[in-house]
Design a protein around this ligand. Structure first.
Ligand code: NAD
Length: 430
């Protein structure tokens, strides 16, 4: 089939490459010319394991091309995936302007029937506005549909090729049949329904995962208070198959471009419907407080933080990505900076993005992990990059002023570190 993917960011680029790999002919459309120039040369503008290789492969076999031209892409397309950003607004709601403008351009260039699929995360109430934009700008027949995206940055390629499920929301049987066909080579359960339900599925998934994180972080605080060990607790209650152990990792809380934005949007959307989603508000509050809890832990180890040197290992919002959107490191760094600490920071791939965001602060951007640890009073693990587990901690210890590690992801080998003479503090870890 002929496919257009509008927006070639984290979701759009993976979708474009996936569709090409499945055998479709794909146009990736974006308004960012710099991004397009890189893509045309086979270079991925984002760090995502395995993505660039598939990008080059599909460019070479002419299944994939990139352009800023809707005129080129849309007329021949059978299916159009809209994957533009839906960034948060200060009041907690989301900004639909990119979706609206993309849809207007799609509609103006429609020459034959197509299924216009919203992959961007949008609240269910958006449907009538989308239809209005389409109808105002085209008289060609079309169907609107929603196929929410569940990929995780850092494992996006694997997730795209091995989804747990594909949720298809559409009002017409024709659109549902076409979308089943587009995805037919992929594994995973098919859940077919209406657009409203499909869009609510996406918010439900992110809100539930955020809930698990805030739940385990609350429990970890309790474990700290009584001297219990959260890892043992999770092994114990998570092995009940009704509960499961995944996403029960105590730490600094959730960040990234989706969970904070989508929980806020669901809260704000519920408020607009006259429903106080107080449960989710509490999940969000717990998450907000988790950084303060971490800072108190550092203070308990060091006393005043004024002029203390703090090494921060990991800046990206999670491992295996360069994405710094709503990264917990930003909040932590801002708080430590305000308390007068001197900060040395390092991330394996997110340094350039981090520098752009943190440029107003006087931070030392270290060359590597050992450089980061130099003369540090404490080393804080903020992102769970696998390579941090394999560090030569003897060398790290020699570089540090004091052998103290505060692990914000309960990730490092605590027994080994304790045996080596480090004072180790995790979140709810004994
Ligand atoms: P992103 O910011 O990485 O990419 C968005 C892209 O859209 C950018 O390249 C931008 O230039 C382009 N764009 C904006 N307006 C455009 C227009 N009118 N025409 C063409 N291109 C345009 O965003 P993302 O992280 O890929 O997220 C996209 C959507 O998917 C969001 O709604 C997000 O909530 C949702 N989502 C994201 C993830 C994730 O892990 N990033 C996962 C699931 C769902």
């Amino acid at each position: 089939m002929q496919i257009s993917v509008i927006g070639t960011g984290y979701v759009g680029l993976v979708t474009a490459v996936l569709m090409a790999e499945l055998g479709h002919r794909v146009y990736g459309v974006d308004i960012d010319e710099k991004k397009l120039a890189k893509l045309k040369k086979g270079r991925s503008p984002i760090y995502e394991p395995g993505l660039e290789k598939l990008l080059v492969k599909n460019l070479d076999r002419n299944r994939l091309s990139f352009s800023s031209s809707y005129e080129k892409a849309i007329p021949s397309s059978d299916v159009i995936f809209v994957c533009v950003g839906t960034p948060p607004l200060p009041d907690g709601s989301y900004d639909p302007k990119f979706v609206f403008s993309a849809l207007e351009s799609v509609a103006k260039n429609l020459k034959k029937y197509a299924v216009v699929v919203i992959k961007s995360t949008v609240p269910p109430s958006i449907g009538p506005s989308l239809k209005k934009i389409m109808d105002k700008n085209t008289s060609v027949s079309y169907d609107l549909a929603s196929v929410p995206e569940f990929l995780r940055e850092g494992s996006a390629v694997r997730d795209a090729f091995h989804p747990d499920r594909i949720v298809i929301g559409a009002s017409s049987d024709k659109a549902k049949t076409i979308l089943l066909k587009v995805h037919e080579k992929l594994p995973g359960e098919r859940i077919i329904g209406d657009m409203l339900s499909a869009q609510l599925v996406k918010y439900a998934a992110n809100a539930f995962l955020a809930t698990k994180i805030s739940f385990i972080n609350s429990l970890a605080i309790l474990a700290d208070k009584i001297g219990a060990d959260i890892d043992t607790v999770v092994d114990g209650f998570g092995s009940d198959h009704r509960i499961g152990k995944s996403f029960l990792q105590a730490g600094l809380g959730y960040g990234g471009s989706c969970f904070p934005k989508d929980t806020h949007a669901l809260i704000s959307y519920s408020d607009s419907l006259g429903y106080d989603f107080s449960f989710l508000k509490q999940v969000d509050r717990i998450n907000d407080k988790q950084i303060d809890y971490f800072v108190v832990k550092i203070k308990n180890m060091l006393g005043s933080l004024k002029n203390k040197t703090i090494a921060i290992l990991g800046l990206a919002f999670k491992a295996e990505t360069d994405d710094m959107r709503e990264a917990r490191s930003i909040l932590l760094i801002n708080k430590l900076y305000k308390l007068g600490a001197k900060l040395r920071v390092f991330d394996p791939v997110a340094m350039a993005n981090a520098k752009a965001i943190l440029k107003s602060k006087q931070l030392y951007f270290a060359k590597n992990e050992y450089d980061c640890a130099k003369q540090a009073d404490v080393l804080c693990l903020v992102t769970e990059w696998p390579q941090f587990k394999k560090l030569d901690f003897g060398k790290i210890k020699k570089h540090m002023k004091k052998a103290i590690i505060v692990d914000g992801r309960n990730f490092l080998p605590k027994e080994k570190l304790k045996k080596m003479g480090f004072s180790y503090e995790g979140i709810g870890r004994r």
